[in-house]
Ligand binder design. Structure first.
Ligand code: AR6
Length: 346
């Protein structure tokens, strides 16, 4: 999954490069900068001394020393004043410069903290949006896995309005379903019908065939086809539907898997195996990338053996976004994260 949002201490990340939220002196400080210097050992500071500082909005690279990563990219984010002093442009430039430096060293995996969102006071929701937008823009053109490391969960807050809408939507669909007496009655009736049918089928197998057919017509097995016949009637598979939809949408494969936040290797596996069974989040990620309607999404999920139900928040959140024609996978992931659900992607 090219962009992953994780909760961790960035110094523990096993990646090619981590990014430090540094200051213009590059000589260390508090926050994540202090953590990185402590974990990397004194040689990091020695190398930093030779760099001659760094401008706000830019970044410089050193080795990782005792850290598990090969490189540390020291990016200098802007201090937040009121948002009208070029803060956004400077923050965008931090992410872009860091990503270009990582690319120059052929890094395949890079981890970022939420630059400027601590001591420098950039509002966390806005810092997060800048980070996601800038990283995604880069990933549309480049193969790399980028981790956005969120230290405290409060940083990962979807906008108040979206949060409220989602709570309402979940209340409507989920809470109702879980408290509605009618639904509960139907569930029990279905369970009863099923157990009665299982019982009849069990008796049927133990009785003489003609007697049993008279007594329990429901339990009579359907005429069996040969296995070969049955296999010839295989429906379009998930992989086939995915490729068909990509063509219908006039997308390239790369446009689709990048938009789905799925890595190329996983896409190739799906492409080359018509019976490949993806995970549910992967299947949904493709449905979102293809901007499928709710019915088409259900059809595509069905081909991978999944369904959308109102019995869990994950499904309801997905349905909410599709119904509102919001196919931004990163916004969906923000919402899923806020409700403690697993995220979309590979
Ligand atoms: N791993 C991941 N994220 C972390 C960690 C960690 N170990 N520690 C803190 N964060 P900040 P800034 C998060 O203050 O706002 C320094 O003194 C933290 O929760 O480290 O860019 C520099 O020398 C926050 O969301 O960086 C500069 O003077 C994010 O990292 C100044 O602070 C960034 O918080 C830079 O301030």
């Amino acid at each position: 999954m090219p962009l992953q949002i994780v909760r961790n201490d960035i110094t523990k990340m096993n990646v090619d490069a981590i990014v430090n939220a540094a200051n213009t002196s590059l000589l260390g400080g508090g926050g994540v900068d202090g953590c990185i210097h402590r974990a990397a050992g004194p040689e990091l500071l020695e190398e930093c001394r030779k760099l001659g500082g760094c401008k706000t909005g830019s970044a410089k690279m050193t080795k990782g020393y005792v850290l598990p990563c090969k490189y540390v990219i020291h990016a200098v984010g802007p201090r937040w004043r009121d948002g009208s002093h070029g803060e956004r442009e400077l923050l965008v430039s931090c992410y872009r410069t860091s990503l270009e430096l990582a690319k120059g060293k052929k890094c395949e995996t890079v981890a970022f903290p939420l630059i400027s969102s601590g001591i420098y006071g950039y509002p966390k929701d806005q810092a997060l949006r800048v980070a996601i937008d800038t990283i995604c823009e880069f990933l549309l053109e480049n193969e790399m896995t980028v981790y956005l490391v969120i230290f405290d969960k409060k940083a990962y807050r979807i906008s108040g309005k979206l949060f409220e809408d989602l709570v309402e939507y979940i209340d409507d669909k989920y809470v109702d379903e879980h408290t509605d007496r009618y639904c509960e009655r139907m569930r029990r009736q279905n369970a009863f019908r099923k157990s009665r049918f299982d019982f009849e089928a069990e008796v049927y197998t133990r009785m003489d065939e003609s007697d049993a057919a008279d007594m329990f017509p429901m339990a009579v097995p359907k005429a069996a086809k040969s296995l070969e016949d049955a296999l010839k009637q295989l429906d379009e598979s998930f992989s086939e539907m995915l490729l068909r939809k990509i063509d219908e949408r006039g997308m390239t494969d790369a446009q689709c898997y990048r938009k789905a936040n799925i890595d190329r290797k996983l896409f190739s596996k799906i492409r080359s195996n018509r019976l490949y069974k993806p995970s549910k989040p992967t299947a949904i990620a493709f449905a979102i990338a293809l901007e499928l309607s709710l019915d088409e999404t259900k059809e595509m999920l069905g081909k991978a053996g999944f369904a959308l139900s109102h019995s869990n928040k994950f499904d309801i959140i997905i349905e909410y976004f599709i119904e509102n024609e919001n196919y931004n996978i990163f916004e969906i992931n923000e919402a899923l994260f806020a409700f403690d659900q697993s995220l979309l992607g590979g």
